[in-house]
Design a protein around this ligand. Structure first.
Ligand code: PEP
Length: 249
């Protein structure tokens, strides 16, 4: 049985005042069953303070990206070691917005996964097809190729998370159907099983793309869906906690 993970991606949102949201989520978790892991990935500037605010709760804090190396001449970048030092436990890598805005390749993402392992962070590795790739019947080929390129061989024996995030469903209000989610998640589980025998049934596979309290119960009930990666609905404590509640009910 894979323990679900409900993860929030705040993207480029969050100022000091938002620590109240972190506190509200942490407090809310104390009133719900301890049957899933819960995570918020705020912007880098908030990680240390958010980790402190969530300290006595079950809420974990993570980052939305990391550099591939530990330190050095990389102006403006943040390493996995720095995230761990600030109290982060997870790092999202390969989000479609980073693939698109920063031209991140599968090889770069694989190197970031290695960096996460090196620093003791759990990487959440994102894959997902664009609308045109789906419409031209390439979804499974795209996902397979992203998984092959973005997960390094060194992931064998390590704890990592995969997030299926159809690009056309992120921040658009369009949600993949239960059938679409099931097809891709089953395929991801199969691919992981072939590549990492004996370990595939330990890897959480999250769905991400316009998940909200109203659709979370049916999405989280799909086979091989072990939680969610949530953007917009993670910005409000009540919405995020409702999604968490759906994962443990
Ligand atoms: C995301 O950014 O990973 C995401 C799934 O966003 P949203 O929930 O807003 O679609």
């Amino acid at each position: 049985m894979i323990r679900p993970l409900i993860a929030g991606n705040w993207k480029m949102n969050g100022l000091e005042a938002w620590l109240e949201v972190i506190e509200a989520i942490g407090d809310g978790l104390n009133k719900q069953p301890d049957a899933a892991d819960c995570l918020i990935c705020p912007p880098f500037t908030m990680i240390a303070a958010a980790a402190k605010a969530a300290d006595k709760t079950r809420l974990n804090i993570g980052a939305q990206d990391c550099h591939t190396v530990a330190n050095g001449a990389h102006t403006g970048d943040i390493s996995a070691e720095m995230i761990a030092d600030a109290g982060g436990k997870y790092v999202i890598v390969g989000h479609s917005e980073r693939r698109a805005d920063h031209g991140e390749s599968d090889a770069t993402i694989a190197a970031k996964v290695e960096a996460a392992f090196r620093a003791g962070l759990t990487p959440i590795i994102c894959v997902g097809e664009t609308l045109s790739e789906r419409e031209s019947g390439e979804t499974i080929a795209v996902i397979s190729s992203q998984l092959a390129g973005s997960i390094p061989a060194s992931a064998f024996g390590q704890h990592f998370v995969v997030a299926y995030e159809p690009v056309w469903a992120i921040g658009t209000g369009k949600v993949a159907s239960v059938e679409q989610v099931e097809e891709v998640h089953d395929k991801i589980r199969e691919i992981l099983g072939e590549r990492f025998p004996g370990q595939a049934n330990e890897t959480p596979i999250l769905y991400g793309g316009s998940m909200k309290p109203s659709n979370a119960p049916e999405l989280l009930a799909v086979g091989n869906v072990n939680g969610g990666l949530i953007g917009g609905a993670s910005l409000k404590a009540d919405d995020f906690l409702s999604i968490y509640a759906a994962s443990v009910s």
